[in-house]
Design a protein. Structure first.
Length: 194
């Protein structure tokens, strides 16, 4: 499955994390990116291995004090509850695709999985590469659950992995036609719902 949406202006200059899932997109695992012409491309993919590169950067060791410091930034969609089964399935599908590898995700690129009315995502809104993994997705889901609530839409971003490295925005939200997964990931002004 292959979709395109025209994005006005230069892809890098005007990019604001606006990846809108095309109307009629079905359950599955997808990659979305901007091509050289500035078009938003949504592709259904069967394997992350053919779409991203394993990271060769070791994760920085942290001191015991650093390990106790907050590591995650969160954005919460307070009051927006997801279907529990669909959310679990979307998150698990994304994690299954990532396997045990830390992946390099190119600039303005995202991976997402749709299950019913839930979408789980890993978005790189940066101009440079970012890292993602199933372990971090698990941690993001735990952090979002703690900060936002049980099956409440939210996003987590690991604040620092290793000097000079970025992490993707990871989380889940209610899926509907035209949802802006990466643009909405950090749209909430609240970092907790309690």
């Amino acid at each position: 499955m292959h979709f395109t949406n025209l994005v006005a202006g230069s892809a890098l200059f005007y990019f604001t994390g606006a990846f809108k899932v095309p109307k009629g997109t079905t359950d599955g695992f997808y990659k979305v990116y901007l091509n050289a012409q500035g078009q938003e491309i949504h592709e259904r993919v069967s394997s992350l291995e053919t779409e991203a590169t394993p990271a060769e950067v070791p994760i920085a060791k942290r001191s015991r004090i650093e390990k106790r410091e907050p590591q995650w930034l969160t954005w919460c969609g307070c009051g927006i509850e997801l279907n529990h089964g669909n959310c679990d399935d979307a998150v698990q599908d994304l994690k299954d695709q990532m396997g045990s590898t830390v992946w390099v995700v190119g600039p303005q690129t995202a991976f997402y999985s749709i299950r019913g009315d839930a979408v789980a995502f890993s978005c790189n809104n940066a101009d440079g590469d970012a890292l993602t993994s199933a372990d971090w997705m698990t941690q993001a889901a735990e952090v979002v659950t703690y900060a936002c609530g049980w099956y409440i839409a939210g996003t987590g971003q690991w604040a620092w992995i290793t000097p000079g490295a970025n992490s993707t925005d990871m989380g889940y939200m209610v899926w509907r036609d035209g949802v802006n997964i990466c643009g909405d990931a950090q749209a909430s002004p609240v970092d907790r719902c309690w």
